[in-house]
Design a protein around this ligand. Structure first.
Ligand code: UFG
Length: 333
């Protein structure tokens, strides 16, 4: 039976996607260098699905080691998550980001071509839209300039794939994620931020747990109804499910490359999110308002109608559940 290779399959979005793939009966092989996760995530996935996960501790940049995986396993399709993802860190370490995210993709494409992979799903981000003023934003919005080296790696990734798709038979789908949050309902897998979190929800949950003293909301003087930034928060399980749909779509259609926004289509303010977290978990969060964070887009949310109509996918999990599951997960750490 042919298998789906999931790079970064023990990471946050990767692990939830492996669960969804296994639950649809797909055989999964994971490649992960454990740089941002732990090996025990594999056992946790197995506990949820009751199915074993084959894991190779391999860095996608190591083309030779990656080739060995393709030689051993009968890989028909690939979902490529393995990448660095912290916007702020990318400003301090741009070269590491170019290397890991862009060279990693090129290394993978070498194998994709050599082993005639049918379809490839690429983790992209709404960061490719840069400092846009337009929301809800559609996939046809021009990609102009990245706001961070991380964003540059996602734009370059999409460009390379657009070119690659012209010359190779592999079907490609780029998925532009908005703000993934929450955790699996089992509370066995979730986000494992290393050090001080830079993303909102891990900071919120760590503050509630007493690991951080106080959350600072970065700016309340934006031109939004309550003055705080607006984002499109999407539950990681909804996001994971879209990957299963994307693989099916890629294999069932003749389009060589396609791009989809993955969001709820609803913009929610940082203040609303914090208040929802407090309400559904029945606790009071210690937070204050601070200055704006450099590089933050004022407001961005998805027009997710293309994914709905073409992939037959839409989100099902509410913000309440996102905040409940994020807290349930934090309490297990
Ligand atoms: N925020 C705070 N306090 C914090 C952390 C975040 O107020 O301690 C605010 C931010 O200012 C922002 C919102 O919460 O308004 C969300 O911030 P995140 O860092 O959680 O997420 P971003 O929207 O900045 O980044 C996300 C993804 C990136 C992606 C980017 C594209 O994490 O991978 O969206 O816009 F590139």
């Amino acid at each position: 039976m042919s298998k789906i290779l999931v790079t970064g399959g023990l990471g946050y979005i990767g692990s939830h996607s492996v669960v969804e793939l296994q639950e649809t009966g797909t055989e999964v092989v994971v490649v992960d260098n454990l740089v941002n996760t732990t090996a025990s995530v594999a056992q946790r996935i197995e506990k949820i699905t009751g199915k074993p996960v084959t894991v190779y501790n391999v860095d996608v940049c190591d083309t030779k080691a990656l080739e060995e995986v393709f030689i051993k396993e009968d890989i028909s399709d690939v979902i490529h998550f393995a990448a660095f993802k912290a916007v702020g860190e990318s400003v301090d370490k741009p070269v590491e980001y170019y290397h890991n995210n862009v060279s990693g993709l090129i290394s993978l494409l070498h194998c994709v071509k050599k082993f005639n992979v049918s379809s490839l799903v690429f983790s992209s981000s709404c960061t490719v839209y840069g400092d846009t003023k337009e929301s809800p934003i559609t996939e046809i919005h021009p990609i102009v300039e990245a706001i961070s080296p991380y964003g540059t790696t996602k734009i370059l990734g999409e460009e390379i794939l657009t070119d690659f798709a012209k010359f190779c038979d592999t079907k490609i789908v780029c998925l532009r994620y908005f703000n993934p949050v929450g955790a699996h309902k089992s509370a066995l897998i979730g986000e494992l931020p290393l050090g001080v979190p830079s993303n909102l929800i891990p900071y919120v949950t760590q503050t509630a747990a007493g690991i951080r003293e106080q959350l600072t909301i970065f700016g309340n003087d934006y031109n939004t109804p309550d003055g705080t930034n607006i984002r499109d928060f999407i539950h990681v399980v909804d996001l994971a499910k879209a990957h299963v749909k994307a693989i099916d779509y890629a294999n069932a259609n003749s389009i060589s490359l396609d791009v989809f926004n993955l969001g709820t289509g609803i913009g929610q303010s940082v203040k609303e999110v914090v208040e929802t977290f407090e309400r559904v978990n029945d606790l009071t969060l210690n937070y204050t308002y601070g200055p704006r964070r450099q590089g933050d887009v004022e407001q961005i949310w998805a027009d997710a109608s293309k994914a709905k109509h073409v992939l037959g996918w839409e989100t099902e999990i509410t913000l309440d559940e996102m905040m409940r599951s994020a807290w349930a997960w934090q309490q297990t750490l």
